[in-house]
Design a protein around this ligand. Sequence first.
Ligand code: PMP
Length: 397
Amino acid sequence: MNLTERIETALGELEAAGNLRTLRTVVPEGIYLRHEGKRYLNLSSNDYLGLSASAYAGVDVHSYAARTWGQERLSAFAHGNPASRLMTGNSAEYDIVEEELEQLFPDRAALVLGCGFMANSGLMPALAEKGDLILADKLVHASIIEGLQHTNAAFRRFPHNDVAALEQQLQRAEAGQTVWVIIESLYSMDGDLAPLAEIVELKKKYGFYLYVDEAHSFGVRGPQGKGYAAELGLEREVDLMVVTFGKALAGAGAAVICSPLLRRWLINRMRPLIFSTALPPVTLLWDALVLHEMRTESLKGDLYPGTDSLRAHLAELIQEFSEASGIPAASHIIPIPCGSNERALAVAEAGRERELWLTAIRHPTVPQGTARIRLSLNAGMTLRDLSPLLDLCKKIG
Ligand code: PMP
C-alpha cells in the first residue's frame, strides 16, 4: 500500500467509526458564534470568565500597559519577538508577566512558555532522570503524556482520583528513589476536582514532588483566581504548577510556577523553551493585563465587573444550571455522558438544531465507550441564555 492508499483507508475507517475530525470556521460573537450564517450559543469555549465578550476586550492594551508598567518597558513592535527567549526574543513583556505571576505567588518563580502543551511536554523530559519514578493520574492531559514519552524515567498511571491506588504505588517505590506525582486540579474532560488535600497528605508521608496542571482552574477558582490549590490553601505544597493563559484568561501562553532553582534549571534544559520562537509582546501584554486585574481589580467599576464578581457569577450559574437540569456539576466543565461516538454526535446535532454549539468528545480523547458532550459554562452567560440547553437536556433524559 502506498502512502495515499494508506491514509485514505485510515480516514475512511475514522469516518465509519464516527471519529473523523474536521476544521470548521466560526466567527465569535460575544457568548455566541456564527457558522455558515447561523448563530449558536457557544458552549464549547474555554473562555470561562467570558472576558473575550466583556468590556475588558475593548481595553486599549498598550495604554493600559504604559500606565501600569511604564512606556519604556514596552516593545516598539508588538506583533512578534522573532527569536527564542534564549536568543533575542526575551522582551521586557516577559518580565512583566512573570513579575505579575510572582506577585500572585509570593516566594515562587514563574517561567512563561508558548502554551500549556509546551509546558507539559517539556517539564518531565527536563527534570526526571533514569531511575526516577513518575506516577500520573490516568486522565492527565495528552500534553503531559507527550512529556512522559520523552523521559528516561519509569512511569505508571494510577486509576483516576484513586488515592488508595496511588498510595500502593508509592509503597512500591525504592528507598531513596526520586518520585514525581502528576495530576490535574480540575480535569479537562470530566470537570471533576482532584483529591488534592489527600494527595498532599501522601506527599507528607512519602516525600515526592507534586506536579499539578491548573489549566482549567487558573483564573476561575481560588482567591484572585489563583487556582484550586490556592483555594485549599495548598499552593505552597505544589512543586510544579502549570497555569495556562488560553482558557479563563482568554489569551495565549502558559507558565510554570516553581522554585527559583527549578526555574534556572528549566531555562537550561526545557526544549520547548529553548528551541521555539518567543510569544509576541501584544499577547504577553494581554496576559499581563488579566493577571494584573486578577490581583488588583484596578479597572473595577460600572463598566468593568471585577474578576472576583465574574467568578462569583459563574459559581452561581453552575449551581442554577445543575438544579434546573438535574445534572450534577462539580465545576464549570459539565460532561453529558453519551456512551458511543454516534450518540455523542447525534446529541451535538440535536443541539445544533436548537442553536447550541456543542462539541462531541470522542475516543481517543476519552476512553472508548465514554463519549460525551462537554459543556463549558462561562461568566458571560445567564440561566436564561441556557434555556434551549435545559430543553435539550430534558429531551435526551
Ligand atoms: N493542560 C490541560 C489540562 C489542557 O486541557 C490543555 C488544553 N486543552 C493544555 C494543558 C494545553 O494548554 P494550551 O492550550 O495552552 O496548549
